[in-house]
Design a protein around this ligand. Structure first.
Ligand code: ACO
Length: 317
């Protein structure tokens, strides 16, 4: 397959929101949130824009890759909503970091980073480009109903970036979609028009948690098995499984059923919450920085989310 990860970066807001603070605005408790989700704290934007966080993560990844913005052939931003509907987040990042390559956003909700990796693979394999900057960025707290305890405790904000270059690190990748507007929804808002009625959609994040939970467990089990088989790797060959950080219970079940050990399971939900498409690249950069992942290690990444979408891959770092 087509690429190697050559640099990673991350950025998050300064403000840390803990569970006790949330229990002052909704009927919840630290005990409930920790037991049901694994989340202790999350970063929440008070002033940082999604563009600022993405640029910071991108600069970080470029400097670790040892390349300049002008070396990039393509920028892909996985996000549900940038600061503007137009220009795209990717175009604003391109401007701020001083790149001159094509740049585009893609929306696959929490699976966006895996979708972007898949697109980078296709572009690089076709010979069209050699170096791609991929960013997963989301300010989920912009879309929350802060009176709804079943959702407002789950999310945080952040951006993660990777630079990938033509190489042989990617061993297998798959993405899936199953259109659904019942289980997990964030409505768009529209300007009034004198010529017709606009749909009035709820702009808040709404989720049928129990059903999404079942979908998440089923898809992680299926996708991880599939990509490991495609890559010809076994559990003992894998240094770490990095699942989308949506709920600790989802990946504990997946870990046990797939036969991974505690040491092989990457965990960042405790301090990030669910950061949607940013969750995997944020954690990847952290694990590399902490020396827990090194060149040559084999990792499995698996994501699931709105759409409904899923994605998974096996990569040798
Ligand atoms: N504090 C206290 N009690 C709460 C809270 C809270 N924050 N939220 C819900 N409860 C209550 C409910 O009201 C319910 O009370 P009741 O029994 O009196 O009716 C009880 O806790 C149990 O509620 P459930 O919804 O059944 O709780 P569950 O154990 O399913 O946990 C959760 C809910 C955490 C949302 C879980 O279902 C989940 O994580 N689902 C998967 C989410 C996911 O993976 N999302 C990924 C995609 S996100 C994306 O794409 C952007």
């Amino acid at each position: 397959m087509s690429f190697q990860i050559v640099g990673t970066g991350r950025a998050h807001p300064e403000f840390v929101l803990n569970n006790d603070m949330l229990s002052q605005i909704v009927d919840t408790s630290d005990e409930w949130i920790v037991a049901r989700t694994g989340i202790n704290t999350r970063y929440v934007s008070t002033h940082e824009t999604i563009t600022e966080l993405s640029v910071k993560a991108a600069d970080n990844a470029l400097s670790k890759a040892g390349i300049g913005a002008k070396d990039l052939d393509l920028i892909l931003c996985a996000t549900m909503k940038g600061d503007y509907a137009c220009p795209s987040l990717a175009c604003l990042v391109q401007k701020e970091i001083g790149a001159d390559c094509p740049a585009v956003d893609l929306n696959a909700a929490c699976s966006g980073f895996l979708y972007a990796l898949d697109q980078a693979d296709a572009y690089i394999a076709s010979g069209k480009v050699e170096t791609v900057l991929i960013i997963g960025a989301e300010l989920m707290t912009r879309h929350l109903d802060w009176t709804d305890r079943s959702t407002c405790v789950l999310f945080g904000d952040g951006a993660g970036a990777v630079v990938v270059r033509k190489g042989h690190g990617l061993k297998s990748i798959k993405i899936t979609a199953k259109g659904d507007d019942e289980l997990l929804v964030i409505g768009n808002t529209f300007c009034p028009s004198p010529y017709g009625k606009q749909p009035k959609l709820d702009p808040h994040f709404r989720m049928k948690g129990g059903e999404v939970f079942k979908f998440a467990v089923t898809s992680v089990l299926r996708d991880v098995k599939d990509v490991m088989k495609m890559a010809g790797v076994e559990v003992k060959d894998v240094k770490m499984l990095i699942p989308h950080q949506a709920n600790q219970r989802v990946f504990q079940v997946a870990k046990e059923k797939l036969g991974f050990s505690d040491e092989q399971l990457a965990m960042g939900i405790d301090h990030y919450g669910n950061t949607s498409s940013a969750s995997i690249p944020l954690l990847l950069d952290e694990l590399i920085e902490e020396g827990k992942l090194k060149p040559g290690d084999i990792i499995v990444m698996s994501a699931f989310g709105g759409g409904l979408t899923t994605g998974a891959c096996v990569i040798e770092l």
